[in-house]
Unconditional design. Structure first.
Lengths: 311, 425
């Protein structure tokens, strides 16, 4: 009787499967809209930029192939070397400032404290403002003649021209970028910290671990994957950061804060040397892709290991 | 198969929607969009357009573009299929490039266009013409020579007179520095290099005359190695080192809220600027513009071979007509640029029109003395050199301005500045 019932169920199951329309696994067509978008707005422009980097084009006439002239110039251009250095200084500065603050804030925001929700909302505000608008605001705040330095000279020292000095401009760029993007990374860390099982902390408490020890031995290792995600965002975002440089310092003083994307813009849309600008764009593309791949490889993120293994 | 079709249709729709974004819908199908720079004189242009539109078959619509990056935006639009119908520019090199690429039309071929040239002063028209004399830009503003503005109150309080010679300049620098006043307001922030260029232009002219730049403009890059350029660069460095511009000019932009406010508030004593400074001051500090804004020609430089009556600046601004504009509308509008009403409007804004009938209108200026000062300055100038960045075109001007800013910032020696600009191609 029992065997009969089970085989009957089996038959019914098979029949049911056969008659129902096939909805189970997504077909290749499901990816089409996404693929088309990617093709139109990423692959085709990238191929076009690659082609333009071998041409001489002022944006008005017809691009003219000039062999590797742009690339030969790029390799020997001291301005590009300088721009690369500036880009990496800003990049490293941003990661060093943003990551620790965002982790601490995120873990704090994941807790059950009073006022947490209200304060978190306030911290979140810079992220919802547009970069151009915040950069304009900061430029006016930092203006040595009419901004805060003019009113509170002791705060900035000297003549108050902090944003007009080489080092000061870099500090300002890092500070303003961090001010804007720490909330985003905080959000990532908050979500991730919320997901850490409470049992881990309870066990640690029984073993007599203090708050610092718990943070170092449980929270940080559990946040590993999020730290990698956040750093990738910071690195790629840092490489392509352009709007803030344009508005806050315009690459100045002189060319001291001219990053690679800024140089690309200048070559393309101020000097109208689209070919050379395209060559810089290709370098940026390769750098960003290479760095994110490297980051994923070095950290073992590609192994897709869960931090919850063994729990 | 059906699913594939639906997916394709959805993707196609999405692409079509994305393609729609960013475009500006024109208010009437045949309207001619006129891109112009945002400044106080827009008022006069708008009034002229309103008058023109009352009787015109197709409308002219003025699109006001902020001055930051105006030329970049124009250039990008001109390279696309969304060209404006008409646009405002400084004439010279960049405008001629558009003509070379057949983006703008010969004004004489427009309906009623053949007669336009006869209404303007030939020396000013020259900048609106290509090298073979084809008129592709019609003057639409006053002439804009560059000269020295000063704050009369600050000068009176210090008991000094505006400079007539370079040694006057040097003693004024010392005098104002001693009082904690910046001698010259200078906009040295990235993107404002053109204000620094005025110093190089005038010093070069005073030291060596207009021939030095004529040689460079003709495409002879070795013209930069003329000893006069090095001497001008050295003079600039000496001024910066003497504190002529203060220490914070690298964070100052031009205009209200920047260098012009430094001048009007008395934080700075003088500013080397184009004649439009009057309109800027009138817009932001009307009292100052009326009572305390003084002006004198650029001082002579002892030992220089240039004529102290020479002028640099923008001979005028120019309207060019692109191939996309309705020819009858554009031609009609260009003829309104020398109408009595338009000329009176310009004069009222403190501008000095460059039409043949301008001289009589100047008496009606709100400040006839200022208008006459400019008119005579230009009229008596043996040479009127166009701003170098406008004359040279982007490809040379952009890196040249970057090198110049480094010279002002003390990041480049005069010798290296000359070597760097001479290497530009």
């Amino acid at each position: 009787m029992a065997t009969l019932a089970s085989s009957d169920k089996l038959v019914r199951g098979r029949a049911a499967h056969r008659t129902r329309p096939a909805t189970g696994r997504p077909g290749a067509a499901w990816a089409l809209p996404g693929l088309l978008f990617f093709l139109l707005f990423a692959v085709i422009p990238m191929v076009a930029v690659g082609y333009l980097s071998f041409t001489d084009w002022d944006g008005l006439g017809t691009p003219r192939l000039n062999g590797g002239a742009n690339w030969a110039r790029l390799v020997h251009d001291p301005a590009i070397v300088h721009a690369t250095v500036v880009t990496f200084v800003l990049l490293i500065g941003n990661v060093l400032v943003q990551a620790p603050i965002a982790i601490l804030l995120g873990v704090w925001a994941a807790g059950p404290q009073r006022n947490r929700a209200a304060l978190s909302t306030i911290f979140f505000v810079p992220l919802v403002l547009s970069t151009a608008a915040t950069a304009v605001m900061w430029r006016q705040l930092l203006d040595p003649n009419f901004g805060v330095p003019a009113t509170l000279p002791w705060l900035f020292g000297g003549d108050g021209n902090f944003v007009g000095t080489s080092n000061g401009a870099i500090v300002c760029l890092v500070a303003v970028t961090s001010w804007q993007f720490i909330p985003f990374h905080t959000l990532l860390f908050q979500a991730s910290a919320r997901a850490i099982p409470h049992t881990l902390y309870q066990a640690a408490e029984i073993d007599g671990a203090g708050r610092v020890r718990q943070f170092l031995s449980i929270t940080l290792p559990q946040l590993r994957n999020t730290i990698i995600t956040a750093s990738t965002f910071m690195v790629v975002g840092g490489l392509t950061a352009f709007d803030i440089v344009l508005v806050l310092t315009n690459g100045g003083p002189g060319t001291d804060t001219a990053t690679l994307p800024f140089r690309m813009y200048q070559e393309g849309f101020t000097s109208y040397d689209m070919g050379y600008a395209s060559a810089i764009a290709v370098v940026l593309l390769a750098l960003a892709t290479g760095l994110s791949l490297l980051l994923v490889r070095v950290t073992g993120y590609d192994k897709m290991q869960s931090t919850l293994e063994g729990l | 198969m059906k699913r594939v079709l639906v997916a394709l249709a959805a993707a196609g729709l999405a692409v079509a929607l994305a393609g729609c974004g960013g475009g500006t819908a024109s208010s009437a199908p045949e309207a001619v969009h006129f891109w112009t720079l945002k400044d106080p004189t827009n008022e006069v242009q708008q009034a002229g357009i309103d008058t023109f539109n009352k009787t015109a078959k197709a409308q002219v619509v003025m699109d006001v573009v902020p001055s930051d990056g105006y030329l970049d935006k124009l250039r990008t639009a001109m390279g696309s299929n969304r060209m404006p119908g008409m646009f405002f520019s400084w004439g010279g090199g960049p405008m001629r490039e558009y003509a070379t690429n057949k983006k703008i039309v010969d004004v004489a071929t427009l309906p009623g266009g053949a007669d336009i040239a006869s209404h303007f002063l030939p020396s000013v028209l020259k900048i609106g013409q290509t090298s073979d004399g084809t008129l592709v830009g019609v003057p639409c503003r006053g002439t804009q020579p560059v000269f020295l503005f000063y704050n009369k109150k600050v000068f009176a309080a210090a008991g000094v007179q505006p400079p007539k010679t370079w040694s006057d300049v040097q003693s004024l620098i010392t005098a104002f520095k001693g009082k904690g006043i910046t001698p010259f307001a200078l906009a040295g922030q990235g993107g404002n290099e053109w204000t620094e260029l005025m110093w190089l232009e005038y010093l070069t002219d005073r030291l060596g005359g207009p021939a030095v730049f004529d040689r460079i403009q003709s495409g002879d890059a070795s013209g930069w190695t003329d000893p006069v350029i090095l001497q001008a660069a050295k003079t600039i460095k000496a001024m910066v080192d003497a504190g002529a511009f203060g220490t914070k000019f690298g964070s100052v932009a031009y205009g209200a809220g920047g260098s012009s406010t430094l001048l009007s508030s008395g934080k700075a004593a003088m500013q080397l600027m184009g004649s439009w400074e009057y309109a800027v001051q009138q817009g932001s500090s009307p009292d100052f513009a009326k009572n305390s804004l003084g002006y004198v020609p650029f001082p002579s430089v002892e030992g220089g071979t240039g004529n102290p009556a020479d002028v640099v600046g923008n001979p005028s601004n120019y309207v060019s007509v692109t191939t996309t504009a309705d020819a009858a509308t554009a031609g009609g509008y260009l003829q309104s640029l020398y109408s009595d009403d338009y000329i009176k409007g310009l004069v009222k804004m403190g501008e000095v029109p460059v039409t043949t009938n301008a001289k009589d209108a100047l008496a009606a200026a709100p400040d006839p003395a200022y208008a006459t000062f400019q008119f005579e300055l230009v009229q008596q100038a043996p040479a009127f050199t166009q701003s170098w960045d406008q004359a040279l075109g982007f490809k040379i001007a952009t890196p040249m301005l970057a090198e110049l800013q480094k010279l002002f910032n003390g990041q480049q020696t005069p010798e290296k500045f000359v070597a760097a600009v001479a290497a530009l191609k």
